[in-house]
Design a protein around this ligand. Structure first.
Ligand code: ADP
Ligand code: MG
Length: 344
C-alpha cells in the first residue's frame, strides 16, 4: 500500500456505533465520545438539524412537537442515510475545528460491522468523503475491538472477541491478522432495554422512558439471577391505568428474568461461533478464553453467564466502550497493523 497515510496530524478513526460514536485522532487518542443521536427541528415544513450527540440526547422524551430526536443507526447499520451523514459531518467538524479553527485534509479509518453489504459500505464511504476525508479505509469492528482489547492479533493464535453493542452483537474468531469467523446478530443493549420496559409495562402497568430504562439496566440488571429478590430499585413513570405519575419498586430478580431471552441470544451466538471454529483455533480459544468488549460487556455478570454456557474463561476488556475506537486508532498509527485496513 503505497502513499498509505501521509501521517497527517489530522487523521482520524471513527467508531460509528448504534448507541455511541467515538472519534480517535492521530497521536491524541479519543477526542470525541457522544451518543449517536440527532435532534431534528421542523419549522414551516423545513427540517433542520437542531442538535447532535449529547445535546440531542438531553432532548430525548422532552421535546416539543416540532422537534424529533432520532438515532440514525439501527441494528448496526445506517437506517437514515441523510441524517447519519449530517451527524458524521457535524462530529468530524467538531473535532477538527476545536483544535485548529480551520479545516485541513485528512485520512480516516471507518469501523464497519462484519457482514456489511456493499450498499452500506458505499453509504459510509460517501458520508466520510462528504465530511472532507481524502483517504478512506475500513476496519472490521471485531478486528478493531480485538486490537483495542490488547489481543495479539499479529500472532498465529486464535482469539475470540464478543462485542456487545446497542444494536448488534458481533462474535469473531481471529487469527493471523484476519477474521477466521465472524457473525453479527441483531441483539444487544437495545433488545435488553425493550425487554425491561415491556416487562415494567406488563407487570406494573407503568410506562417508563428510555432514560429510566437505562437507569434500571445500569443499576440492577444482571445476566444471572440473584439468590432471592436481590437488589431493589425505585423508579418513576406514568401509570397506564390512571395516567398519573407513579413510583414503584423493581427487583434484581424480576429484571434478570425479564432480560433472560435477549441475554440468552447473546450466549447462543457465542456457542454458534465456537461450533463453527476450526479445531486448532478452538484449542487456542480454550486456552485464551473469550474477551468481551462494547457497552454490553458492562451488564451485570454477563461474563459469568457466558462462561457458564460455554465452559470457557471469559474476561471483560478494560474500558470496553472504547475498545473499537482505540483499536481502529492504533491500526491507523501502527504500520505493523496496516494490513488489517481495507481501502474503501
Ligand atoms: P454501539 O457500538 O452499538 O454504539 P456501545 O459499545 O457504545 O454500542 O454500547 C452501548 C450499549 O451498552 C448501550 O445499549 C448501553 O445501554 C450499554 N451499556 C453501557 N453501560 C452499561 C452498563 N453499565 N450496563 C449495561 N449496559 C450498559
Ligand atoms: Mg460498537
Amino acid at each position: 500500500m503505497k502513499n498509505f497515510f501521509k501521517l497527517r496530524s489530522h487523521d482520524l478513526a471513527i467508531d460509528l456505533g448504534t448507541a455511541n460514536t467515538l472519534i480517535y485522532a492521530r497521536d491524541r487518542g479519543i477526542v470525541l465520545d457522544e451518543p449517536s443521536v440527532v435532534a431534528l427541528e421542523t419549522n414551516d415544513g423545513v427540517t433542520k438539524v437542531r442538535a447532535v450527540g449529547s445535546d440531542a440526547k438531553l432532548m430525548m422524551g422532552k421535546t416539543p412537537a416540532n422537534i424529533k430526536v432520532i438515532r440514525p443507526l439501527k441494528d448496526g447499520v445506517i437506517a437514515d442515510l441523510d441524517v447519519a451523514e449530517q451527524m458524521i459531518n457535524h462530529l468530524i467538524h467538531k473535532v477538527h475545528s476545536k483544535k485548529t479553527g480551520i479545516f485541513r485534509r485528512f485520512d480516516i479509518v471507518v469501523c464497519i460491522p462484519s457482514g456489511s453489504t456493499n450498499v452500506q459500505l458505499r453509504a459510509l464511504r460517501d458520508a466520510a468523503s462528504n465530511a472532507g476525508a481524502s483517504g478512506i479505509y475500513f476496519i472490521e469492528e471485531p478486528m478493531a475491538a480485538a486490537i483495542g482489547a490488547g489481543l495479539a492479533v499479529t500472532e498465529p493464535v486464535g482469539a475470540m472477541v464478543v462485542d456487545i453493542g446497542g444494536g448488534t452483537t458481533e462474535v469473531a474468531i481471529l487469527s493471523l491478522q484476519g477474521l477466521a469467523y465472524s457473525t453479527s446478530g441483531r441483539m444487544g443493549g437495545d433488545k435488553i432495554d425493550d425487554a425491561i420496559s415491556s416487562h415494567i409495562r406488563r407487570k406494573h402497568n407503568l410506562a417508563i422512558g428510555e432514560s429510566t430504562t437505562e437507569l434500571v439496566k445500569h443499576g440492577i440488571a444482571s445476566a444471572m439471577s440473584p439468590d432471592g429478590e436481590g437488589r431493589i430499585m425505585h423508579i418513576k413513570g406514568r401509570d397506564l391505568v390512571s395516567g398519573m405519575p407513579k413510583k414503584i419498586a423493581v427487583s434484581e430478580a424480576e429484571i434478570a428474568q425479564a432480560i433472560a431471552e435477549p441475554v440468552g441470544q447473546i450466549a447462543e451466538s457465542v456457542l454458534n461461533a465456537l461450533e463453527h471454529s476450526k479445531p486448532e483455533l478452538a484449542a487456542d480459544i480454550m486456552e485464551q478464553g473469550i474477551v468481551l468488549t462494547g457497552g454490553g460487556a458492562l451488564l451485570g455478570r454477563i461474563d459469568e453467564f457466558i462462561s457458564e454456557k460455554t465452559g470457557l474463561a471469559v474476561t471483560i476488556a478494560d474500558d470496553p466502550l472504547t475498545c473499537v475506537a482505540n483499536g481502529a486508532g492504533r491500526a491507523m498509527e501502527d504500520p505493523l497493523l496496516h494490513s488489517v485496513l481495507i481501502p474503501a
